[in-house]
Design a protein. Structure first.
Length: 767
C-alpha cells in the first residue's frame, strides 16, 4: 500500500545556536513546572455539527464557524483533533498588525516565505517549494496564481494548518495544508474600523479595513471591506562572471537596476447565514478581489572582456487582477444525528499583464525593444457533497464526492523590434481541467484515551488544451488512490500528554502552466540567435506525471495550564516522480540555431525528513511569581536528498536546513500598553540542482516589534515595526557547461537585493 523507505537514511543535524538554545531552555523549564488542571474554555461551534465526541473530531472539518460571544481557545481545538493541526485565531492574527498575509505566516511553525522580507510570495511548509503546500480558502482550493497577499489579515477569522492530509481535505498536500477561513458567522454585533499607514524607505502605504456583523431576522451577516496602496523600491545588483576553464578567458559583468513598484488593492467579502427551525443552515459567501500594479526600472551594465550585449536598459510593466467568487453551502441535519453538507462555488479570475523593455548601446544581439502583452481568464466551478453519519456509538463515517472544472483562455503577443518571434504561438490558448474525487473516512473513538480515523480517497485529473491556433491538442490524464491513517493516544485522563501518528499518501499534480505553456524567450538573449544554459527559454511539457509521496508523522504533545503547549513533531516523506526544471538544447521554431529550453521533467525519487519543535505558554501560568509574558517559539530542522543527483547538497529545491522563531509579548498591569517582538531566522544553504549546477541562498534574519495603546474601550492605537534588521537578500547560481567550441565554461551569477525597515501605524475603532 505504501512505498518502502529508501535504503539510506540521514540524520537531521541540529547546529547549536542562540535561538535553538533559548527554545530548549524554555521547553525544559515548562516541562519541569508543576502540572495544573487546564482552565475551562468555550468551544467553537461548527455550522450544523454532527454528533461527534471530542476524541473523534476530524482535522478536516474546514467549515465556517459560529462565534457565540465566548472566548475561543484554539489550543483546545488542537488538542481534541485526531489528526495533527495548528489553529491560529484572531488574537494572533491581530497581534503584530501585519499589512500582508506573508508577514503573518512567516512566524508560524515550519512555514517559510521566499524572497526578500516584506515582498510576499507563496507560503511554504517544511521548506518545500511551490506546489507542495495546499492553499485553501474556506475549504476550497485557492485560484491559480492567486496570491494570499491579495487578502488583508483583517478579513481572516482563523488559519488552520494541517501537517498531514486527510481524505476530506484532499491529498494534494505533500508538505501540508494551509486553510484560510474568512471572517463571518458572528451572532453578536460588531462594527470595527481600522485606518492606518505604513512607511518604508521614504514611501507611504495607506490602507483601511471595515468589518460589520449583525442579524436580520433568521439571517446573520458579516461584511468585510479593505483597501490599501503600496509603493516600494525593488533595487538590485547582479554580478556575473563567465570563465573559460580551458583558455583562461574571463568576462565580468555588473548590472545595477533601480526599480519602483506601485500596487493598489481592494478586497470585499461577505458571509450570509440562515438557520432554519429544523436545523438546516444555508451560507452564502461572495468575495471580490481587485488589484492593479505598475512598475518602472532602469539599469546600467558594466562589462570587461567579451562582447557587451547592451550598455543600459529601461523597462515598465503593468498588471491587473480581478477575482469574483460566489460560494454556497447547505447543511441538512438528519433525524439520526448525521447531516448532509453540499457546497457549490463559482469563480472567475482575470489577469492582464504588459511588459516593455528597451536595451541601448552594446554590440550584442540584445539591442532593441521587447513588448509582451497577455490576458488570461479562468472560469472555475466546483460541487462537493458530504455525508456525516454516526454508525455506532464509537464510529462516525464521513463520505463524499467532489467535482471541479477549470477552463482557461489566454491571449498573448510577443514583439521584438515590432516583429513576432513566436508567430505560431501568438493568439488564443485554450485549456481545461476536470477533477473528480471520491472519499470515505471512518472516525473511531476506540477508548476514551485512544482515537483513530482511517480514510481512502481517489482522485482523477484530466487536462487538455490547444497551445495555439493550428497546433494539435495536447492532453494529460492521471489518477491517484490515497490511503490515510491518523491516530491519537492520550496518556492520561486530562489528556495533557498525548502522542499522534499519521501514515499517509499524498501527491503533487503538474499545473496547467507546467503542462501547456507558451514558450518564453530569455530577455538576455532575444532574437533568433543562440542563448546559453544559464539563461534558457521556457516552455511546457504535456507528458509530466504527478509526484507521489508516502509519509509518516509522529508527534508528542504536552498541554500546559492556560493555553500553553509543547510539541515535537517528526515527519518523513518519500517522493516518487520528482518534478524539476531541466534545460536541454533543442531545435525550435523561434530561432535559426538550437537554443537552451527549460521544461519541467520527472527526474526520479527523493526523500525529505525533519523535526518541528514548538513551545508557547504564559510565564505566570507556570511560575506564579513570573511576569505575565506570553512566550512563543518554534524551531524546524529539515533534511532532504534527491536520488540521481550527486551529493553533497543534493536537497530538494528551495529547502533550507532550518527555520526558527522566538517571540514574546507583555501587557502592563497598571498602564494601557502592550508590547512584544519576534525574531525570525532562516540560515543560508546551498542546493545542487544537477551535477553541473548549484544555487546558494543567503541567510534571512527578520526582527519585528509592536506597541499597542488601549486609549479607551472603543479605540486603540497599534504601532508595528517590521524588518528592523534590514539585511540584504543575496542569492547566487553557478553552472558548468560546454560551449559550442567544446571548451569547459563556468558561469556564476550573484544577485543582491536590499531590504528596508518599515513602520506601520494603525488606529482601531469600535463604532
Amino acid at each position: 500500500m505504501f512505498a518502502k523507505p529508501g535504503p539510506t537514511h540521514r540524520k537531521v543535524n541540529a547546529r547549536p545556536g542562540t535561538l535553538l538554545s533559548l527554545l530548549l531552555l524554555t521547553t525544559l523549564g515548562a516541562a519541569q513546572a508543576e502540572d495544573k488542571a487546564p482552565e475551562p474554555v468555550a468551544q467553537t461551534e461548527p455550522v450544523a455539527p454532527a454528533k461527534v465526541t471530542p476524541a473523534r473530531r476530524s482535522a478536516g472539518e474546514l467549515k465556517p464557524v459560529t462565534i457565540t460571544g465566548a472566548a475561543v481557545n484554539e489550543t483546545e481545538d488542537r488538542r481534541q483533533s485526531t489528526a495533527s493541526k495548528i489553529i491560529v485565531g484572531r488574537d494572533e492574527i491581530e497581534r503584530f498588525g501585519d499589512s500582508t498575509m506573508g508577514e503573518l505566516l512567516k512566524r508560524l511553525p515550519g512555514v517559510t516565505m521566499p524572497g526578500r522580507p516584506g515582498r510576499g510570495g507563496a507560503p511554504r511548509m517544511r521548506g518545500l517549494g511551490g506546489g507542495y503546500t495546499q492553499i485553501l480558502i474556506d475549504g476550497e482550493p485557492a485560484p491559480r496564481g492567486f496570491s494570499l497577499d491579495e487578502l488583508s489579515p483583517e478579513q481572516i477569522e482563523r488559519i488552520e494548518i494541517l501537517r498531514a492530509p486527510t481524505a476530506e481535505t484532499g491529498a494534494r498536500a505533500i508538505a501540508g495544508t494551509i486553510n484560510i477561513v474568512t471572517r463571518g458567522g458572528y451572532s453578536k454585533k460588531l462594527n470595527d474600523l481600522r485606518v492606518g499607514a505604513g512607511f518604508e524607505n521614504g514611501t507611504a502605504q495607506p490602507g483601511f479595513s471595515w468589518t460589520r456583523n449583525d442579524t436580520v431576522g433568521p439571517w446573520t451577516y458579516n461584511l468585510s471591506v479593505s483597501a490599501q496602496h503600496h509603493e516600494r523600491k525593488n533595487d538590485s545588483v547582479s554580478e556575473t562572471t563567465v570563465e573559460n576553464l580551458d583558455s583562461g578567458e574571463r568576462i565580468d559583468q555588473t548590472e545595477r537596476t533601480l526599480s519602483t513598484g506601485k500596487h493598489d488593492g481592494m478586497q470585499a467579502n461577505a458571509r450570509l447565514q440562515w438557520r432554519g427551525d429544523g436545523g438546516d443552515v444555508l451560507v452564502l459567501t461572495p468575495m471580490i478581489v481587485h488589484s492593479e500594479g505598475s512598475s518602472t526600472s532602469s539599469s546600467t551594465l558594466l562589462q570587461t572582456g567579451g562582447i557587451t550585449p547592451y550598455d543600459s536598459s529601461t523597462g515598465s510593466g503593468s498588471s491587473r487582477f480581478t477575482s469574483l467568487r460566489l460560494g454556497s453551502q447547505w447543511t441538512h441535519r438528519l433525524q439520526d444525528g448525521g447531516n448532509w453538507l453540499v457546497r457549490a462555488n463559482l469563480s472567475q479570475n482575470q489577469w492582464d499583464n504588459a511588459a516593455l523593455r528597451q536595451n541601448f548601446g552594446g554590440a550584442g544581439p540584445s539591442q532593441g525593444v521587447s513588448d509582451i502583452q497577455s490576458n488570461q481568464n479562468d472560469l472555475n466551478f466546483s460541487l462537493n457533497a458530504k455525508l456525516t453519519k454516526t454508525l455506532a456509538e464509537e464510529h462516525s463515517l464521513v463520505s463524499g464526492a467532489e467535482l471541479q472544472t477549470n477552463r482557461r483562455t489566454e491571449t498573448a503577443t510577443v514583439l521584438q523590434d515590432g516583429q513576432s518571434p513566436l508567430t505560431e504561438f501568438d493568439g488564443n490558448l485554450t485549456a481545461s481541467t476536470l477533477r473528480a474525487a471520491l472519499f470515505a473516512q471512518d472516525e473511531w473513538s476506540i477508548t476514551p484515551r485512544f482515537a483513530a480515523h482511517a480514510g481512502l480517497r481517489w482522485e482523477g485529473i484530466a487536462t487538455s488544451g490547444t497551445p495555439s491556433a493550428g497546433t494539435p491538442d495536447v492532453s494529460n490524464r492521471s489518477s491517484v488512490l490515497t490511503p490515510l491513517l491518523h491516530a491519537v493516544w492520550k496518556l492520561d485522563d486530562k489528556s495533557q500528554d498525548q502522542i499522534r501518528a499519521s501514515l499517509t499518501r499524498s501527491y503533487r499534480s503538474p499545473n496547467l502552466q507546467d503542462l501547456i505553456a507558451r514558450p518564453r524567450i530569455s530577455s538576455m538573449f532575444p532574437g533568433r540567435g543562440a542563448n546559453d544554459e544559464m539563461h534558457p527559454d521556457r516552455a511546457g511539457n504535456p507528458t509530466l506525471l504527478p509526484e507521489l509521496a508516502s509519509g509518516l508523522d509522529i508527534a508528542m504533545e504536552r498541554y500546559l495550564p492556560g493555553s500553553g503547549m509543547l510539541s515535537a513533531n517528526l515527519f518523513y516523506r518519500r517522493i516518487n516522480n520528482l518534478m524539476r526544471s531541466q534545460s536541454v538544447l533543442e531545435t525550435v521554431s523561434w530561432a535559426d540555431v538550437p537554443r537552451w529550453v527549460a521544461r519541467m521533467q520527472n527526474i526520479g525519487d527523493a526523500i525529505t525528513q525533519g523535526i518541528e519543535l514548538e513551545a508557547k505558554f504564559r510565564a505566570s501560568d507556570l511560575w506564579p511569581d513570573a511576569p505575565r509574558i506570553d512566550v512563543r517559539s518554534n524551531v524546524s530542522l529539515f533534511n532532504s536528498r534527491v536520488q540521481g543527483v550527486s551529493g553533497p547538497d543534493n536537497r530538494l529545491s528551495q529547502q533550507p536546513d532550518a527555520t526558527a522563531n522566538l517571540g514574546a509579548d507583555y501587557r502592563l498591569r497598571d498602564l494601557p500598553f502592550s508590547f512584544g517582538g519576534n525574531l525570525n531566522w532562516t540560515p543560508g544553504y546551498t542546493t545542487r540542482l544537477s551535477d553541473d549546477q548549484r544555487v546558494w541562498q543567503g541567510a534571512k534574519l527578520v526582527l519585528d516589534a509592536f506597541v499597542l495603546w488601549a486609549i479607551n474601550p472603543g479605540s486603540q492605537l497599534r504601532i508595528s515595526l517590521s524588518n528592523l534588521t534590514a539585511r540584504d537578500y543575496v542569492s547566487s547560481n553557478t553552472l558548468d557547461s560546454i560551449n559550442s567550441a567544446g571548451q569547459a565554461v563556468r558561469e556564476s551569477a550573484t544577485s543582491t537585493a536590499p531590504s528596508w525597515p518599515s513602520l506601520q501605524v494603525r488606529l482601531e475603532l469600535k463604532l
